[in-house]
Design a protein around this ligand. Structure first.
Ligand SMILES: NC(=O)c1ccc[n+]([C@@H]2O[C@H](COP(=O)([O-])OP(=O)(O)OC[C@H]3O[C@@H](n4cnc5c(N)ncnc54)[C@H](O)[C@@H]3O)[C@@H](O)[C@H]2O)c1
Length: 320
């Protein structure tokens, strides 16, 4: 399917990611149907999208007269066939569970148009293993970053059977929707960025669990050093500025304390066992209780949009 043949988008899943992905396509003129089995999620999504659009307006990145048209382009349903039957692009954004995603792909196979593109937002899973054979050509992973209506990157991962045409159209569509797509030539769990995050997470939980530093001090340290420098130099070019000789010697330092591989870090699992899942439950490493969900997201988005204005020239090649 070519870019101009994509006229209608369907987003399956309406949790943390679905609404922002739907908003992005609706902001770029596409009618979008959002499907989830849980009607309360629809109500929350409308509020979240409206607040997000207002935040864009406050940052002079969107016109207030456009808010209503965008909201009108969004519709919500609990009926899968009604949602996906006429879609040119289906974005799968449900719970991260291979069996459940596989079940949904089989249902989609029965109701989607033959040439519809299917893009999964999975973070780690090899969804190609559970994609029906005749859908492989038109299926990719397109992995967005939270909040998806703001963060530029989408990792497009080619499956073993994905056609060139499918990858090209997906990349072109994401560019048209204002995103910065990159292409992974083949599947590896976590793709590029979640693999980096996993390594950083290992060190984060090692430092927290062993009492070397508190969460707020670690976050402050990262914001005041790694984060802004990475925006300018990425990961690889930073070595050139540090000096490769020094970087090599640092790696060979025999006194460095390597963090052990620990996939049940105490600081994380204690919170999970208490049901403290972060912003969505009102408490995680930080306490958001007493504040409503949209306000917490808005505060984050206000800060991100300020950063994004300066990020734009770094990630948009013609402005770099
Ligand atoms: N949260 C993130 O920061 C993030 C970032 C990038 C990618 N992702 C990926 O996006 C996908 C969705 O993540 P999320 O954070 O929005 O999840 P979420 O838990 O916030 O929402 C999950 C959605 O799936 C639905 N769902 C749950 N069980 C279901 C079932 N059995 N059948 C059909 N639908 C079901 C829920 O109703 C909800 O709409 C996952 O694959 C995740 O790995 C998440």
């Amino acid at each position: 399917m070519k870019l101009d043949e994509i006229r209608k988008v369907t987003v399956l899943g309406c949790g943390t990611m679905g609404p922002g992905i739907a908003q992005t396509f609706a902001q770029h003129g596409y009618p979008v149907t959002v499907w989830s089995n849980v009607p309360e999620e629809h109500e929350r999504a409308v509020k979240v999208v409206k607040t997000s659009l207002e935040t864009f307006v406050q940052h002079d990145m969107f016109r207030s007269a456009e808010i209503e048209p965008v909201l009108k382009r969004l519709s919500f349903t609990t009926e899968l066939e009604a949602a996906a039957g006429d879609a040119d692009l289906v974005v799968e954004c449900i719970v991260e569970n291979l069996e459940i995603k596989g079940g949904l792909f089989r249902q989609l196979d029965a109701c989607c148009k033959y040439d519809a593109l299917i893009a999964s937002n999975t973070s780690f899973l090899d969804i190609f293993k559970v994609t029906p054979e005749r859908r492989q050509r038109r299926t990719v992973i397109a992995h967005w970053f939270a909040p998806p209506q703001i963060m530029p990157l989408v990792e497009v991962v080619r499956g073993p059977g994905s056609s060139e045409d499918t990858v090209d159209t997906m990349v072109a569509l994401l560019r048209r929707a204002g995103k910065t797509p990159i292409v992974m030539q083949k599947f590896v769990p976590g793709f590029a960025i979640n693999r980096m995050l996993r390594i950083l997470g290992r060190e984060t939980f090692f430092l927290l669990d062993n009492g070397y530093i508190t969460a707020d001090q670690l976050d402050l340290a990262v914001k005041a050093s790694l984060a802004p420098r990475m925006m300018v130099l990425g990961l690889v070019q930073r070595y050139d500025f540090t000096g490769l000789d020094l970087s090599a010697r640092n790696l060979e330092n025999p006194d460095f304390l390597e963090p052990p591989l620990d996939n049940r870090p105490k600081s994380l699992f204690d919170l999970v066992e208490k049901g403290d899942f972060g912003v969505k439950t009102g408490k995680g490493f930080y306490d958001y209780s007493g504040r409503n969900y949209e306000d917490v997201l808005k505060e984050r988005d206000d800060k991100l949009l300020k950063v994004l204005k300066s990020l734009d020239f770094l990630v948009t090649p013609e402005k770099g």
